[in-house]
Design a protein around this ligand. Structure first.
Ligand code: PHE
Length: 452
């Protein structure tokens, strides 16, 4: 029996779902603190270059494989390169998004908890100075973060269970515009704080002396993470894209939305950090430690205002995290339903449960399991480094090599240009980037990560 494969309904739906996957904790939580570690404006410029020259071609490579095959990542490789070992490379890219989901859901849980705390006035009831400590106490406590992680994972599973068009597409179409509005509200608020202009300057005046090779590698890693590359997400979503959709436009739309959200998030967070006299390089706790502090401080005597702003902020983070997390789970669900004939329901529940178990270990690595180290890192940090420094770029390398060197150029051109009717002129440049520039760039990043 041939099963009817679902499709995204419109171009807006395609871009909303793909941008929904791309825009997430990577933009709002990760980008500001990585940027803070590597020195502000100059890092943003490198990041933009990395996104457009290296990441976008890989995005196109994944889209081409996905839509050409109309399969999950494993099935795609099997179909386009039958009888070869490429399918095992496809299998790898099913495991990596599930690993990411495991620890991503823990951070998603933090945003659930912070939203809940904001709504229940918990941040306005204590003196501002106590708030940064709250984060450390919360993540190291045994049960609370696990409850929050569980709640986050249940919502993710619920949306994926509802299917591609009723779940993923609908949720992304609603959440993405709402997210843009919410985050702009925060930018407006942040820019009115006294002292915020120092933060704006930090984001606009480049200091190139801080651009070390590590900063370049971090910019590329961030671009991969932020565009959801190398883990089959874009491939799987592209398999739901209709044949007449223009891949160049949906790719560019996604990359630009992702860049815009990253920059807007930086403008929401950094001016507030500077206004409060805090450190931009505070690390992963930056958003969770500093923003509630700032909201509390600025809203002193006005608990309603402070509660409103902080609830809006954490609702925005939660919405962004959900649209990304569903895309991670969908990769594995597509594999189990397409290849193993499993029902969508059982596939979703099984994978969500497995990720939940790994996530519990990640969560406990901030508390009772903090003494257990893998290669000198906590389990959470180990997974994060394994994924963003190695698995994502490795997946990206697999996809570009596949499109650039395994598929025939005629097939690649046919898919990218919709049978020679679109984007014909720029095809040559895109093909060159996919075939030569992207693979060489990734190998350079591997070497940098290995030796520095
Ligand atoms: N791009 C997402 C973010 O910025 C993270 C992600 C990585 C999503 C890989 C899917 C796959 O948060």
């Amino acid at each position: 029996m041939i099963k009817q494969r679902e499709n995204f309904g419109s171009r807006f739906a395609v871009i909303a779902a793909m941008a929904g996957s791309a825009v997430g904790l990577g933009n709002i939580w990760r980008f500001p603190f990585v940027l803070g570690e590597y020195g502000g404006a100059a890092f943003i410029l490198v990041y933009m270059m990395a996104s457009l020259v290296l990441a976008l071609p890989i995005f196109y490579a994944e889209s081409i494989i996905g839509r050409r095959s109309r399969c999950d990542t494993f099935g795609a490789m099997k179909k386009l390169a039958p009888g070869t070992a490429w399918r095992w490379a496809g299998l790898l890219t099913i495991v990596s998004p599930l690993l990411i989901l495991s620890y991503y859901s823990v951070v998603g849980g933090w945003s659930v908890e912070y939203l809940f705390k904001s709504l229940s006035f918990s941040f306005t009831e204590v003196p501002a100075e106590k708030i940064p400590d709250f984060f450390g106490r919360f993540i190291s406590s045994p049960w609370q973060p696990i409850f929050a992680h569980t709640a986050f994972m249940l919502i993710v599973a619920g949306i994926v269970l509802a299917g591609v068009s009723n779940g993923i597409e609908l949720f992304s179409k609603l959440a993405m515009p709402a997210l843009l509005v919410l985050i702009l509200v925060i930018v407006g608020y942040s820019l009115t704080l006294p002292g915020s202009m120092k933060g704006v300057e930090y984001l606009l005046k480049p200091d190139f002396s801080r651009l070390t090779p590590q900063a370049y590698a971090a910019a590329v890693g961030q671009a991969f993470f932020s565009l959801s590359l190398g883990v089959g997400t874009i491939l799987t979503y592209s398999s739901y894209v209709k044949k007449d959709e223009n891949l160049m436009v949906s790719g560019l739309g996604t990359a630009v939305s992702d860049l815009v959200f990253a920059v807007i998030s930086a403008f929401a967070v950094m001016p507030a950090v500077f206004a409060a006299g805090l450190q931009p390089g505070a690390g992963p706790g930056l958003v969770f430690e500093t923003l509630p502090y700032i909201f509390n401080k600025m809203g002193e005597g006005l608990p309603m205002l402070s509660t409103l702003i902080s609830s809006v902020f954490f609702a925005a983070i939660l919405a962004a995290a959900l649209t990304s997390a569903i895309s991670m789970l969908e990769v594995g669900v597509a594999f189990l339903t397409d290849e193993k004939g499993m029902k969508r329901r059982s596939a979703t529940l099984l994978l969500a449960f497995l990720c939940w178990v790994v996530g519990v270990l990640c969560s406990l690595s901030f508390g009772s399991l903090s003494r257990i180290k893998v290669l000198g890192l906590s389990f959470f940090d180990f997974l994060d480094h394994l994924c963003s420094d190695w698995l994502l770029p490795l997946g990206g390398l697999i996809f570009t090599l596949f499109v650039g060197w395994k598929m025939s150029k005629a097939d690649v051109r046919d898919e990218f240009t919709n049978g020679g009717t679109r984007n014909v002129r720029i095809f040559g440049a895109v093909y060159f980037l996919m075939r030569y520039v992207a693979p060489v760039g990734i190998v350079v990043i591997f070497l940098t990560n290995l030796f520095l």
